[in-house]
Write a protein that binds this ligand. Structure first.
Ligand SMILES: [Zn+2]
Length: 287
């Protein structure tokens, strides 16, 4: 599932390929991709046609394209959504859910989504104080944006009374982190995923945030992680951060810090990977 680094890579592709272009035609396929656009497909296409894309923005795993009339085209990639810049009129796949054609011909933008958990919608011009469309106001600032406040995050974490991994996956507390980068950040910070948030000391919270920041930036530099082969950038290229993963998907491999085999355990309905030596399991009375 695309997390912040993959979505940021897609945003950079949209910035390069789409910003400044005027949309002349839009075609959508199937109902599911537009399920969050209450006006339906006809309203979606008629409001987009003739509009110029003025920017490509992101918070956490959400993207939006501000348009020249003030409206915003919102997008979430879900599990397998892809934005692809392809030569205009080239053959599509059955996973193509929307096509955007531009006035300069050359290329078109396609939204493809094999598993259809992604979606597109048009939102009006209302923005929050942080400059985010109101439709996304429930999404907490992500750790790479100026609106992210470490003090506020530390206080919210203390009130949450849950496990640390569960907390950093909560998009209303800190956005952009999913299973892969949660495991990588916890390993980097030497914290067990089940550590109680209300017992984390402030230096540990700061260590976690430093780890999150470093892991996300390194993954962006690598173009993201194409772990399940469904994620690709707008130009169709895969990311290569999977070669840098320390724990995720590495069960049985030696920890690069201490040599102890990485362990995989069930976590909610997914997995958690960690080093049992560097990230000791919390014990009663330990803190
Ligand atoms: Zn280790």
């Amino acid at each position: 599932m695309p997390e912040l680094p993959e979505v940021e890579t897609v945003r950079r592709g949209l910035d390069k390929w789409v910003v400044g272009r005027r949309i002349v035609a839009v075609e959508t396929f199937g109902e599911r991709t537009l399920r969050r656009h209450l006006g339906g497909a006809a309203d979606f296409t008629s409001r987009l046609e003739g509009r110029t894309v003025v920017a490509a923005r992101r918070r956490g795993k959400f993207l939006w394209l501000p348009l020249d009339d003030g409206a915003n085209l919102l997008a979430h990639l879900g599990m397998s959504g892809q934005f692809l810049a392809v030569p205009a009129g080239s053959a599509g796949s059955r996973h193509t859910k929307a096509r955007f054609c531009f006035d300069d011909g050359g290329m078109e933008l396609r939204f493809c989504d094999q598993r259809t958990f992604g979606g597109l919608a048009l939102a009006d011009e209302d923005l929050t104080a942080d400059g985010v469309p109101v439709a996304l106001s429930h999404v907490a600032p992500d750790p790479l944006e100026p609106a992210f406040d470490p003090d506020r995050f530390a206080a919210a974490l203390r009130r949450r009374r849950t496990g640390t991994k569960r907390a950093i996956l909560d998009q209303t507390l800190i956005s952009g982190i999913g299973n892969i980068y949660a495991d990588e950040s916890l390993w980097q910070a030497r914290l067990h995923f089940a550590r109680a948030t209300e017992r984390l000391r402030r230096p540990e919270v700061d260590r976690l945030l430093t780890a999150v920041d470093g892991v996300l930036r390194a993954a962006i530099d690598a173009g993201g992680t194409s772990f399940d082969a469904l994620y690709v950038a707008v130009n169709g290229e895969s990311g290569w951060f999977d070669r840098s993963l320390e724990v995720y998907g590495q069960a049985g491999e030696p920890c690069s810090r201490c040599g102890t085999p990485i362990v995989r355990v069930h976590f909610t309905n997914r997995s958690s990977y960690f080093c049992p030596k560097c990230q000791p399991r919390p014990r009663a009375g330990r803190w």
